[in-house]
Design a protein around this ligand. Structure first.
Ligand code: NAD
Length: 168
């Protein structure tokens, strides 16, 4: 059985790793969609799809999970979104999401959608990690070590600080 999980992973954090560990126990293979793949260089989406593939792939090497990483750009027509995903991903049997809109679109398309367990959501949260990066606070303990190293390699914190400065 194959499960699908979609997230923006801006950046991938320890909550996401916990989630993938849980999903991996329930299915044989996990398809991980890198959502909003066309977005980058903004405060909400600082990292490109390619960078996020790199971050997630490095983090997953610590796990013994069979995964596929697929960048998925947003499209204008929500009614076609599930079909769009079906054309990009290996066939999947069940979808994991807590996002009510994502849940509705997949259920209307006939998929079983399972809610996902949250792990210390107040800390392990993309917006909190980006806030800490901008403020110069400690963000590294909230992400897997390989993700921290990859963010450093691409100058991710300096980029996010510059984007934020330019916006304000
Ligand atoms: P997200 O990035 O907010 O979260 C991904 C998953 O991680 C979710 O299941 C979330 O519950 C989980 N998670 C987050 N923190 C966690 C923690 N601490 N512990 C455990 N789990 C945790 O994902 P999202 O917002 O649902 O992403 C949906 C994507 O789908 C977006 O990129 C969106 O643009 C896209 N989308 C596109 C269209 C379209 O193109 N028309 C339509 C709908 C959705």
């Amino acid at each position: 059985m194959r499960g699908l999980l979609i997230g923006r992973f801006q950046p991938f954090h320890l909550g996401h790793r916990y989630l993938i560990e849980q999903i991996d126990e329930a299915v044989d293979e996990v398809v991980i969609g890198i959502g909003s793949a066309g977005q980058s260089h903004t405060r909400e989406n600082p990292f490109t799809a390619g960078e996020r593939v790199h971050l997630v792939q490095d983090a997953l090497e610590e796990l013994d999970a069979k995964t596929y990483l697929i960048p998925i750009a947003d499209i204008e027509r929500n009614a076609m979104w599930v079909t769009h995903i079906e054309t990009l991903c290996p066939e999947f049997d069940v979808v994991y999401s807590n996002n009510p809109f994502v849940e509705r679109l997949f259920e209307e398309a006939g998929y079983e959608v399972r809610g996902t367990p949250l792990h210390e959501r107040d800390r392990y949260c993309g917006s909190e990690i980006r806030r800490r990066m901008v403020a110069g606070d400690r963000w590294r303990p909230l992400v897997p070590d390989p993700v921290a190293a990859a963010v450093d390699d691409i100058g991710g914190v300096a980029r996010l600080q510059k984007i934020t400065d330019d916006d304000t």
